[in-house]
Ligand binder design. Sequence first.
Ligand code: PLP
Length: 381
Amino acid sequence: MVAGRPPRAHDAELNVAVSLSATYVGGGSLATGATDTGEPQGPTLGYGRFGNPTWSALEEALGALEGGEALTFASGMAAVAAALHLLPATGTVLVPHGAYNGTHSLTALLAEQGRVAVRHVDITDVAGVRAVLAEVEGPVALWLESPTNPLLEVADIAALAAAGRERGAVVVVDNTFATPLLQRPLELGADVVVHAVTKFLSGHSDVVMGAVVVPPGSAHRDALLRHRTLHGAVPGPLEAFLALRGLRTLPLRLERSQASAAELARRLREHPAVTRVRHPSLPEDPGHALAARQMGGFGAIVSIEVAGGAAAADAVVDAVRLWVPATSLGGVESLVERRRRHAGEPRVVPEDLLRLSVGVEDLEDLWADLARALDRVAPRG
Ligand code: PLP
């Protein structure tokens, strides 16, 4: 049996079908799914919000990759929201100061509503996070993202997870940038892994989806399933099929993209229009040594800072022809974006920072296009 494939038998379909039923004929017992109270146990009623065979196939594959049990959600943010919900009301969530802006905005909203308290922390400083963990009272969640979007800061997941556990915190890792091929947070001691499946896992910029993964037998699974069923943030079956299809080429896409990313990072260092390059592959990058130890590769996202500020960075985005000026990341097409154009982007992200999501195009084509756009700001000598 291969994870995410139908059982192997003569004439069996190789791929799981897209199950488009909103309901199922009663009287049977579907193996997966919840009940109408969100409970995973008890007689299951076949209904499209409780469970779906196409989601199950994707969840099986994602669970196998992360070493846990996966649940898919309607988007990465739906997965983030479900994971945050594991923290009881009046608890405190420690959030990286440079976390993904959606996570920042949602935690800020929850704080505004009085549901949780938020403390921003520097996740590259284990002692500092430990100190905050010791300071806060009541239930705690430690939210980690590594590498972070878009500063590419690297967190020592094992050390921080140990510190979190000592304090009784729920330790969550957003593993969107690394994917389970480069980093398996559950093995490093995390309680919960979150993914924007929208990005590398599906890989073709044609799906919006999320996932949460917990260790086998974790009590969190029931709570997450209940949350998904009752809040209704369920993925579409076609999206699940596309994500599963994309997942099958993840190793190939990632290998190509991260090799190109590392080479582009090296070349970008030498360009006069670039004042700083962030990619953990670079020996001088603050996260290099830790990433080399913790990750199976350095990933396919590079951030650069452009001489001349936001206007110069915008000029670079306007000048590219092969790179696509667009938000999002992790697809086969290379995308470039000045992140501070988003109102919700954390202020620790420099105004002139461009995030480059490196796709699978020819490396020399990517370099020629980017270098030409940068030449407009400061020509190479
Ligand atoms: N987590 C990270 C690190 C992300 O980059 C994103 C989206 O960019 C999300 C979560 C949210 O995912 P989605 O856009 O699918 O809701």
